[in-house]
Design a protein around this ligand. Structure first.
Ligand code: TMP
Ligand code: ZN
Length: 410
C-alpha cells in the first residue's frame, strides 16, 4: 500500500500547515529557447511545503522524480565560487590529518565537480566521490578525482562496501537536503561508516532560514531544510549519534554536523544550538506561519520594485542565475518581460534561459560593459566576492533579503 503523501519522511508524523506555491519548474532546469516544443512542455510541479512539528523538519510534500533534477544537464558547478572552494579545502585539510594514508578512505556523497575531494586527489589520499549528475561527475573525473555517477542509497552502499570496505569519513555537503529518500541514505551510511568513523554533513540551516524569512532555500532539489533536532531524529534510528556542530554564514547560514557510531560526549556548542532551536520555537506551528508571511512580503516587495522601475523605463538585470532565485522569480511572477538578463560566470549556464521565468543568462564579463540601471543580486550569498569582482560596473545593486536595499547608489 502506498504511504499517504503528507507524512513526514523523517519520523512519519503528519505534516502541518501546507504552504502552496502553485506551479514551479525544476530550479536547475535551464533551457535553450530555440526549442519551442520543449518550452511549451516545460516540466512543472505543484510545490507545497510543510513542517513536521514532531521532529521540526521542513519539507516539500510531493517531490518530483529525482531523475528530473539530477541528470546530465545539472547546472550547478560548485567550484564556480572561490570562497566555497577555500571553505571546503579547509575541511579537507582537517580530515586528511586524521586519516591513515595506507588504510583509510573518505567517501563523499554528492561530490559535484570535485570541489571538496580535489585536495584528497592532489595529495594521494584514498577517496571515492559519488554523484547522480553525469556532467558534474565528468568535470570531477577530468580533475583526476575518483568519482562514480550513481544515486547513493542502501543498494549502492553495499556495492561501495564490497569494493572499498568501511569508510573512515563519510562527507555530505550541500546534498543531504536534496535527497527525498533520506531513510535509505541513512541506512546506507550505517552500512558503510567505520565503527571509529565520522559522518560530516553540511547544508542550509533551518533556524537561519527562519531568521532571514526567505523561501529561497526551498526548491525541488532542496526538498528538506534540516535542523539539529530533525537530523538527530533521523540518524538515531540507525544508531548514528550527533555529537558536534559548527555554524557557517555560507549560503545564508549553514550548519556542519558531526556524527559517530560511538557514544561521544556532546559538545557545548551542540548543546547551545539544541537550546537555541527550542528557544526559537522550531516545534511551534506559529513559527512556520510567521515565516510564510515574511516570504510573501519579500516576494511582493521585489515585484513592486521591479514593476515600478520598469514603468520608469529603467533596465533591470540580475546577477547569479541561482537555483534559489527560481523560487523567488516564479512565485513573484517576475519574468523576461521585467528583467533584461541575468549575469553568471558558469559556462554551462551562459546563453541558456532560466526555468519558468525564461530570462536570458549572459556572461558575467559583460556586466561592466552593459551597466544596467539596476542589478538584482540573486547570488546574495556570494555578495562580497561578486561586488569585489564587479567593482568597475556602474550599476546599482539591489538586495532583497532580508528586505529591499539599494547598494552603491550614485
Ligand atoms: P549558489 O548561490 O547556489 O552558490 O549559486 C551561485 C551562482 O552565482 C552560480 O550560478 C555561479 C554564480 N556566480 C557568478 O556568476 N559569479 C561569482 O563570482 C560567483 C561567486 C557566483
Ligand atoms: Zn517529522
Amino acid at each position: 500500500m502506498n504511504k499517504p503523501k503528507n507524512l513526514c519522511r523523517v519520523c512519519n508524523s503528519i505534516i502541518q500547515n501546507i504552504f502552496d506555491f502553485g506551479e514551479m519548474p525544476i530550479a536547475n532546469n535551464l533551457m535553450l529557447m530555440d526549442n519551442e516544443t520543449y518550452i511549451k512542455n516545460e516540466y512543472k510541479y505543484n510545490m507545497k511545503i510543510g513542517v513536521c512539528i514532531n521532529c521540526s523538519s521542513l519539507q516539500i510534500i510531493n517531490v518530483p522524480k529525482k531523475e528530473l533534477m539530477f541528470n546530465d544537464r545539472y547546472a550547478y558547478f560548485a567550484s564556480e565560487s572561490k570562497f566555497m572552494k577555500n571553505h571546503f579545502t579547509k575541511l579537507g585539510s582537517k580530515l586528511m590529518k586524521l586519516m591513515n594514508k595506507e588504510k583509510d578512505y573518505i567517501l563523499e556523497i554528492g561530490c559535484n565537480d570535485g570541489i571538496f575531494l580535489k585536495s584528497f586527489a592532489d595529495n594521494n589520499y584514498k577517496h571515492v566521490g559519488i554523484d547522480a549528475s553525469e556532467n558534474v561527475v565528468e568535470a570531477a573525473k577530468n580533475d583526476k578525482i575518483n568519482a562514480i555517477c550513481k544515486f547513493f542509497d542502501e543498494k549502492t552502499s553495499l556495492e561501495i562496501l564490497h569494493s572499498y570496505g568501511k569508510a573512515k569519513f563519510v562527507v555530505i555537503t550541500n546534498t543531504m537536503h536534496h535527497i527525498e529518500n533520506c531513510q535509505s541514505v541513512a541506512k546506507g551510511i550505517e552500512t558503510l561508516l567505520d565503527e571509529d568513523g565520522i559522518l560530516v554533513i553540511e547544508d542550509p540551516y533551518l533556524l537561519d532560514m527562519y531568521k532571514i524569512g526567505s523561501i529561497e532555500q526551498v526548491y525541488a532539489e532542496h526538498n528538506f531544510i534540516w535542523s539539529l533536532h530533525s537530523y538527530k531524529t533521523l540518524f538515531e534510528k540507525y544508531s548514528i549519534k550527533l555529537f558536534d556542530v559548527e555554524h557557517f554564514d555560507t549560503h545564508g547560514g549553514s550548519m556542519r554536523y558531526f556524527f559517530s557510531k560511538k557514544n561521544l560526549k556532546e559538545t557545548n556548542i551542540m548543546q547551545k544550538y539544541i537550546n537555541l532551536e527550542l528557544n526559537n520555537k522550531i516545534f511551534d506551528i506559529n513559527t512556520f506561519i510567521k515565516f510564510q508571511k515574511n516570504c510573501k512580503k519579500i516576494c511582493k516587495e521585489l515585484y513592486n520594485f521591479v514593476v515600478s522601475k520598469s514603468k520608469e523605463g529603467k533596465i533591470i538585470a540580475g546577477y547569479g542565475a541561482t537555483a534559489k532565485s527560481a523560487t523567488t522569480l516564479n512565485y513573484s511572477n517576475i519574468d523576461q518581460n521585467l528583467i533584461s538578463c541575468i549575469y553568471d560566470s558558469t559556462p554551462f549556464k551562459i546563453d541558456k534561459f532560466t526555468p519558468g521565468s525564461h530570462i536570458q543568462i549572459r556572461d558575467a564579463k559583460l556586466l561592466s560593459k552593459d551597466n544596467p540601471d539596476y542589478t538584482i543580486l540573486f547570488a546574495w550569498n556570494h555578495k562580497n566576492e561578486i561586488i569585489e569582482k564587479e567593482k568597475k560596473s556602474k550599476t546599482i545593486w539591489v538586495e532583497y533579503i532580508p528586505e529591499l536595499k539599494l547598494t552603491y547608489e550614485n
